[in-house]
Design a protein around this ligand. Structure first.
Ligand code: ADP
Length: 628
């Protein structure tokens, strides 16, 4: 059977082919169009008669695309490829706009064009079939798709950047193997690790110091899918190799996949150490201030003059004799009625000057008197109206008592000095007269003796005063030696034996040696013996006793005088203290026992008294023994 070529009119096929075709001559660089089919004319909005015989490159003069010259180059290249390789060559997705008929406008088009060489019988290239396919729709679809993909990529990138740059530490841990999938810079900084130390490693291998505290929490979040929140958790982080105590606010947030399975945990953490430390500092400072105020026994108050209300501290209430806060009026009622005007005036002044200061007496329900000192600062609002007064109150009863005591002392001291001074002056005047008129009078030695006695009295008073100021300045120097206590006691009591009013009986260990400042101890014994004489004028003996107690020597001076009431005993050794403050019966400055106590304490000894009213008193003190 022989096959025969069907009688096909190739011209007809060419003409009616749905594919746009140009037949192009290979006359480079001109490339003359030899023919164009209808499909081509339709696709490109051109007319066959306008094209045939012209160059391929003249098809669309004035084409607005920027790519014309590039397209021409590309087509040249494609033709050449087809000639050289004798194979089809395709140009993909290039833009070449086509004219809209009857206007000067062009329409946007994208093409994929194949240049197919047609060979002659010798295998030489004769023409090209230049067949463009309009791919505009496909191209645009692709473009859209690409834009969508780009937008998605962009979004992802943005999300990633926000994640990386977030001021919160964020870390994502996979649910199964607890491997850190990613962590942002803040998180790395927070845990003090580098990216490589953390990412793609098991979380507890990377941050073992936090495992004990947080592993159970993380496990529970994964197990239950319930987020965990923590505030100001204290944890020690190893940052740059050093342990650091930090405070964290953080969340463990479970992340589920599309199927709703929890497969990761997002940790969001923020370092609040600075905030916590700052707050604690403020709290500590407040606590310190409170302790200082408590220690100083200062009561505080916060007064609101607009609403006439006051907030007071416990100490404030206690100073007013209350066991809790009271309405403002009740505090006012405790003020001594004679001092109310003074307080009122101080308050009025304070509103103008901004400073409140006054001292008044309080009368408690048990009729006891309490001195207080009130000090405050006034705060004004923008319109210069006082809106707050913050202040303190101090119980100054003791201070006032001491002030009073000091005032009393000054008058007593002046009086004590004045008596012998007047006496000396009288003696001197008499002596002056006698020397002039009766120079050999036997009264002269009597007055001299009297003046001398009074001068000695004055000297003792001045010595006592000087001793007190030395003690106050901490300048009472001691020169210690070893000596036999009994010998010292005997020597310093010679003057008593001379007076002859009291018999001195020394008993006990007369060989006991002490280590002390002999002169100062002499002064103590003289003070105590003189008091025994002064305050027991009606008795006639004084017992002195020396004994060893443990590692000290104890020296006692016992009189059989009037004794001292028990309630007075605790104050006896205080400066300026006198049992009979009026000094009617006995003169004195109230300094002898104070000075004695200071001297004994400086030796590391003790001083004390046992006394029974009506029977007498035993003053005693202890001293260190001679060291062997
Ligand atoms: P002064 O004797 O100058 O008043 P002191 O300090 O020596 O001062 O004594 C303080 C007070 O202690 C005296 O005022 C007196 O009331 C009381 N006192 C001291 N010694 C005795 C004593 N032996 N018997 C009774 N009272 C005494």
């Amino acid at each position: 059977m022989s096959t025969s070529t069907p009688d096909i009119g190739y011209q007809d096929i060419f003409k009616s082919s749905p594919a746009a075709i140009l037949i192009v001559d290979i006359d480079a660089p001109y490339y003359t169009i030899l023919d164009a089919n209808d499909a081509y004319c339709r696709a490109t909005n051109t007319q066959r008669c306008d094209m045939v015989g012209t160059s391929v490159f003249g098809t669309f003069p004035g084409n607005p695309t920027d790519e014309v010259s590039r397209n021409i180059e590309m087509t040249h290249f494609s033709f050449q490829q087809a000639i050289q390789t004798k194979q089809s060559h395709t140009m993909h997705n290039y833009r070449y706009d086509i004219p809209i008929r009857g206007t000067d406008e062009f329409e946007e088009r994208y093409w994929t064009t194949t240049n197919t060489p047609i060979l002659d019988a010798n295998g030489e290239v004769r023409y090209f079939i230049h067949s463009p396919a309009n791919v505009t729709e496909l191209y645009k679809l692709n473009q859209k798709e690409q834009a969508g993909i780009d937008a998605l990529k962009n979004q992802r990138q943005q999300l990633y950047s926000s994640f990386m740059q977030a001021p919160l530490g964020i870390c994502i841990i996979s649910g199964g193997d607890l491997v850190v999938q990613m962590a942002n810079d803040s998180y790395l900084e927070l845990v003090g690790k580098s990216r490589s130390e953390l990412e793609h490693r098991g979380i507890w291998d990377a941050v073992p110091e936090a495992a004990e505290a947080y592993a159970p929490v993380l496990n529970k979040v994964i197990e239950t899918g319930v987020a965990f929140f923590a505030k100001e958790h204290e944890v020690t982080m190893i940052r740059k190799g050093k342990p650091e105590r930090v405070f964290l606010d953080f969340v463990y947030e479970p992340i589920s996949d599309v199927a709703g399975v929890n497969n990761a945990v997002m940790v969001i953490a923020i370092d609040v150490t600075d905030k916590v430390v700052a707050r604690r500092r403020i709290e500590e400072a407040e606590e310190r201030a409170r302790l200082a105020i408590d220690a100083a026994e200062i009561g505080t108050f916060d007064f609101d003059p607009v609403n006439d209300s006051v907030v007071t501290s416990d100490r404030f209430n206690a100073i007013f004799g209350f066991d809790g806060a009271r309405p403002r009026d009740e505090y006012r009622q405790r003020i001594h009625k004679d001092d109310l005007a003074l307080r009122q005036a101080a308050h009025e002044r304070a509103m103008e000057t901004g400073k409140l200061f006054y001292e008044v007496r309080l009368v408690w329900p048990d009729d006891s008197l309490h001195w207080i000192r009130v000090q405050a600062d006034v705060y004004y609002n923008g319109a210069d109206k006082p809106y707050r007064m913050l202040g303190t109150v101090l119980d100054i009863t003791e201070f006032k008592r001491l002030q009073q005591q000091k005032d009393d002392f000054i008058s007593v001291a002046s009086h004590e000095l004045k008596t012998p001074m007047t006496s000396v002056k009288a003696s001197m005047q008499l002596l002056e007269r006698l020397v002039k008129t009766q120079p050999s009078s036997d009264r002269i030695p009597v007055f001299l003796e009297k003046a001398n006695t009074n001068l000695t009295k004055m000297q003792h008073l001045v010595d006592a005063l000087l001793n007190v100021s030395k003690i106050a300045e901490g300048q009472l120097a001691l020169h210690k030696t070893d000596f036999i206590a009994a010998e010292m006691v005997n020597e310093c009591c010679d003057h008593v034996r001379l007076i002859g009013t009291h018999e001195l009986i020394l008993t006990g260990d007369t060989q006991l040696q002490v280590h002390a400042d002999k002169e100062r101890i002499d002064q103590v014994v003289v003070n105590l013996v003189n008091n025994a004489i002064k305050y027991a004028p009606d008795s006639n003996k004084i017992l002195l006793h020396i004994a060893q107690t443990a590692n000290m020597a104890k020296i006692s001076i016992q009189d059989f005088g009037r004794g001292i009431p028990p309630e007075k005993l605790p104050h006896l050794f205080e400066r300026y203290y006198r049992v009979d403050a009026s000094g009617v019966q006995f003169s004195g400055l109230g300094l002898g026992l104070y000075i004695s106590a200071e001297i004994i304490e400086r030796h590391g000894g003790q001083i004390g008294v046992d006394s029974v009213v009506g029977e007498g008193s035993t003053f005693w003190f202890t001293l260190p023994l001679k060291s062997n």
